[in-house]
Design a protein around this ligand. Structure first.
Ligand SMILES: [Zn+2]
Length: 106
């Protein structure tokens, strides 16, 4: 009964910035997010930091500076939540690489 689906895990790097509304302390946390298909069309995400299982980036944080809980979390704009795509190689860059290789050979 039902169609069995292959569980796929997609690993994404996420970077979140936290800002304490009390003392203005700002810090950043990097996460490795494992998105796993739960087999029902849903998405189950597991968060890891430095190889250790971590709580979700949106979970409550305590300010490391003043110990309060008024923390604003937002994804860092530099790293988007989509899987990272390699930058396209421009013909100019390839030409440059070849030229450098030739120079190195001499
Ligand atoms: Zn604080």
């Amino acid at each position: 009964m039902g169609v069995s689906r292959v569980r796929e895990t997609v690993t994404v790097q996420e970077s979140w910035v936290y800002h304490c509304g009390h003392c203005q302390h700002v810090w950043r946390e990097d996460f490795e997010v494992h998105h796993t298909d739960d087999g029902h069309g849903g998405d189950a995400a597991s968060y890891y930091r430095g190889g250790e299982r971590s709580i979700a980036p949106t979970a409550d944080r305590v300010c490391g500076n003043c110990g309060c809980y008024s923390i604003n979390a937002r994804p860092s704009p530099r790293l988007r939540r989509e899987p990272l795509m390699p930058p396209p190689v421009k013909p100019y860059d390839l030409e440059l690489i070849f030229r450098m290789r030739r120079l190195h050979a001499y």
